[in-house]
Design a binder for this molecule. Structure first.
Ligand code: GLU
Length: 437
């Protein structure tokens, strides 16, 4: 588990099968309206919370391998610095839009507040298909993008990290470029680097590990045992594969997994270690072509509606919609991805008694260990993986308990409770700081 995959980005398994049907920023704003209402916040404050502090759009020229110049569109959005430096990943995807990045930046703000780490929220994105770029092109793209967002980022301002289709390799390039341009070593400018460059031990697995911890917490709270619990995981990238592996090791029966290339089902439980190994060695780290006795390939959309106890959407946003929410058979949904459930689907799931553990709690493990990485970089004092994992588990369990209690006291769903708790903490910071000037 602790083996770092050198020189490889996260797999491209999280590519959307079709253009997104939902505008993530509209979804984000609707949530703030709803929660603002429940918290009794004044309209002007709700308006402030819905808007990002800063949006930077960059046109990134890249010399392609054939000698021509291609210009890529990129963004860095800082949603809030009320609770600390802005924090959030950078995604490379053909369907990135400024609205998506704005929403993801805002969710980072609530996420950091829910787990109570001293960061605000940010997100970056580049519209590109990394599968169609050479390593050299990706490096030039990453370095030029870094140079162009440099006025915004920095250890005390805004700290990027991996997200969909980016990993340690891109973060290494980003750190090196920022250091070269600033003329000083800048480990703390980005998290999710390789361990040899100051990356935190356990960071690569942290999001999936957090998802597994939260899955165990919710099962326990609902009086169920992990042993024998059936699980389906959508997305077999950095989040889904690690969550599947850890739950498999904890005794759960992971019966279905999927990525952009296919979906696989086995009633007796899939051999997850074998699937992880298979994906690691396959082109673009995809599951396509996997076969084993008793394993059936199923249509990808069927993964979400499998008859399982727990469903873990760990791909992209907008996967559980009003079209398929009525057919979800899992009683528990743990959101490994950001924004996988639309607000309409949320209502349907709630009516049907499905417990949804929301993204800003369930997938916060990544940013929690990013926080640990940043702290270690600033202190030049490094921890072992055991310590990181123990601290991660503590933070995740505390946050889960707080959201659980909040939900019970306010008779709210876990999503609304997590949003209320996160937004309340951000509002407290804004009020204490006051509005400048
Ligand atoms: N991209 C991850 C997320 O959505 C991690 C962000 C970070 O570590 O800053 O939470």
């Amino acid at each position: 588990m602790s083996r770092q995959i050198q020189g490889q980005a996260q797999s491209v398994t999280e590519r959307a099968p079709s253009p997104p049907q939902v505008n993530a920023y509209e979804m984000f704003q609707a949530q703030v309206d709803l929660v603002g209402g429940r918290l009794g916040l004044p309209d002007d404050l709700v308006d402030l919370l819905k808007r990002p502090e800063r949006v930077l759009e960059v046109s990134i020229p890249v010399r392609m391998d054939d000698g021509r110049i291609r210009v890529f569109q990129g963004y860095r959005v800082q949603h809030s610095s009320a609770r600390g430096p802005c924090k959030g990943g950078i995604r490379y995807h053909p369907q990135v839009t400024v609205d998506e990045v704005k929403a993801l930046a805002g969710w980072m703000t609530w996420k950091c507040a829910v787990v109570d780490i001293p960061f605000g929220g940010a997100k970056g994105g580049i519209i590109c298909d990394p599968m169609c770029l050479s390593v050299g092109e990706l490096e030039r793209l990453t370095r030029r993008y870094t140079a162009m967002i440099l006025p915004l980022i920095g250890p005390r301002h805004d700290i990027p990290a991996p997200d969909v289709n980016t990993g340690a390799r891109e973060m290494n390039w980003l750190m090196d470029t920022a250091s070269a341009l600033r003329g000083e070593p800048m480990q703390a400018v980005v998290t999710g680097k390789d361990i040899a460059l100051g990356g935190a031990r356990g960071r690569r697995e942290a999001t999936g590990r957090g998802v597994a911890i939260i899955t165990q917490e919710i099962l326990e709270r609902l009086g169920r045992k992990v042993q024998g619990t059936t699980v389906a995981v959508q997305g077999f990238g950095n989040v889904g594969s690690v969550a599947a592996l850890l739950l498999h090791q904890a005794g759960a029966r992971v019966v279905g997994v999927s990525d952009v290339s296919g979906a696989f089902y086995c009633e007796q439980g899939l051999d997850i270690p074998e699937l992880v190994e298979y994906a690691q060695h396959s082109p673009h780290r995809l599951l396509a072509g996997y076969s084993a006795p008793g394993v059936q390939e199923i249509p990808k959309e069927e993964l979400l509606t499998l008859d399982v106890d727990v469903l873990i959407p760990a791909a992209l946003e907008g996967q559980i919609t009003e079209q398929n929410a009525g057919r979800i058979r899992a009683r528990i949904v743990v959101e490994g991805a950001n924004g996988p459930t639309t607000p309409e689907a949320d209502v349907i799931l709630e009516e049907r008694g499905v417990t949804v553990v929301p993204d800003i709690l369930a997938n916060a493990g990544g940013v929690v260990v990013s926080y640990f990485e940043w702290v270690q970089n600033l202190q030049c004092f490094y921890w072992d993986e055991e310590e990181t994992n123990a601290r991660l588990a503590r933070v995740m369990r505390r946050a889960f308990q707080e959201v659980w209690d909040y939900a019970r006291h306010r008779e709210a769903s876990l999503r609304i409770a997590a949003l209320m708790l996160g937004i309340e903490r951000v509002v407290q910071a804004i009020r204490l700081r006051g509005i400048f000037p």
